[in-house]
Design a protein around this ligand. Structure first.
Ligand SMILES: [Zn+2]
Length: 394
């Protein structure tokens, strides 16, 4: 111990400070050390620090089990630790440590070494190569979200409180979002990016959506047109869900809270879930083209407390849609752990295939340029599709 600076004494870059005899200076250095330790605690967020501590406990446990000294550790042991993490699976055979978690564990090991004045063993080339190799291996077989079939989607939507205020405001939006994801086979970023002006009411087809170019499809310069067809029944009618939501958006315009609330309540209480409100079968449509004139976001963020709900001007994020789907599934008594917003798109493909859709039809709906992408879904979720085992007359 030099001047009580403790663990700083073995930092390799410079000799430890000479012993200080003046007690005032000694006192000041102690204060400076206290200040610097306080500053150190602010370099990482509380969450990161907790994650690093958890990572370190896991690593130390691994070292103890195999008889290694964890601090300082040889890079070879870190390689074995990465290999060990990569082989851990849960009851379903899925990786227990995601790649991001493995990287975080390595960051925790690095942080502990650097803080204690040692070289970072995770910076060794051999460790980096292993992680890159694992990233490639995992990338070839992504953990896909499981598909939500038509019955699943209607179950989730039926469980929502549509005709109560204020909960019905977000329920109306979420029902529209679910149908956009399922019927429209939209990615979450595409659903979140939709504008009112991206929609066009069509007397025969239902609703046309113009979906912007996606990242996966850079060569296609024209926007794709997605069709939301009139449903056979109001409960499977995507246009009805969109009409209800856009009609509710109108009620968010008045500045006066009481008026706004009354309009929204009237709209929600009047919800006839068993009647078309989209114009199908001679019904009166709730909205017309003038409601779709503005380039304002279609799916908006909502806020509510116990007695009031607000619809914001800003759109929802793709992440919020993902979280929403999982929450709505849980509310419907379903386990959401293997699902996400992408489950709607995967569900569209899977349901359509089971109902006899051709690859070409699915490519059109999913806006895919390559049939191979559709085949990936078939292999994962439709092992019976276009499989000769189904023609054996069993
Ligand atoms: Zn309808």
């Amino acid at each position: 111990m030099v001047n009580g600076l403790g663990r700083r004494a073995h930092l390799a870059a410079a000799d430890a400070p000479p012993e200080v005899v003046d007690s005032d200076i000694d006192e000041e250095l102690h204060e400076l050390e206290a200040v610097s330790r306080n500053l150190e605690t602010h370099t990482l967020s509380a969450n990161t620090r907790r994650a690093y501590e958890k990572a370190w406990r896991s690593f130390a446990g691994f070292c103890e089990a195999y008889g290694f000294e964890p601090l300082p550790v040889h890079p070879q042991v870190v390689r074995w630790y990465v290999a060990w993490m990569s082989t851990q699976v849960d009851d379903w055979g899925r990786p227990r440590f995601a790649l991001s978690t493995i990287r975080q564990h390595l960051a925790g090991v690095a942080d502990r070494h650097l803080r204690d004045g040692y070289l970072d063993p995770t910076g060794h080339r051999a460790v980096g190569d292993l992680v890159r190799g694992l990233a490639k291996l995992r990338a070839t077989r992504p953990v896909r979200k499981r598909p939500l079939m038509l019955d699943d989607v209607t179950r989730v939507i039926d469980a929502m409180p549509h005709d109560v205020y204020p909960a019905g405001v977000s329920a109306t939006r979420d029902a529209a979002a679910l149908w956009l994801g399922f019927a429209g086979a939209l990615r979450r970023s595409e659903a979140a990016a939709l504008r009112l002006s991206s929609l066009e009411l069509h007397p025969v087809d239902g609703i046309h959506l113009r979906v912007g170019r996606s990242k996966a499809d850079q060569d296609n310069t024209l926007p794709d047109v997605v069709v939301l067809p009139f449903g056979r029944t109001p409960r499977t009618c995507a246009p009805c869900a969109v009409h209800r939501w856009v009609a509710l958006l109108r009620t968010s315009a008045p500045a006066e809270p009481r008026t706004r609330r009354q309009l929204a309540m009237r709209q929600l209480y009047g919800h006839q879930l068993d009647t078309h409100v989209c114009g199908a079968h001679g019904s009166d449509p709730l909205i017309d083209g003038s409601d779709l004139a503005l380039p304002a976001p279609l799916l908006r963020a909502t806020y509510r407390n116990r007695k009031d709900a607000r619809i914001h001007e800003v759109g929802v994020s793709g992440d919020a849609l993902h979280t929403m789907l999982r929450r709505r599934m849980a509310e419907a008594g379903m386990d959401p752990s293997a699902y996400g917003f992408h489950s709607l798109r995967a569900g569209h493909v899977t349901q359509a295939r089971r109902n006899g859709a051709s690859t070409e039809e699915i490519m059109r709906a999913g806006r895919w340029q390559k049939a191979e992408t559709v085949n990936v879904y078939d292999r994962e979720f439709n092992p019976a599709a276009r499989n000769s085992v189904m023609r054996l007359g069993l």
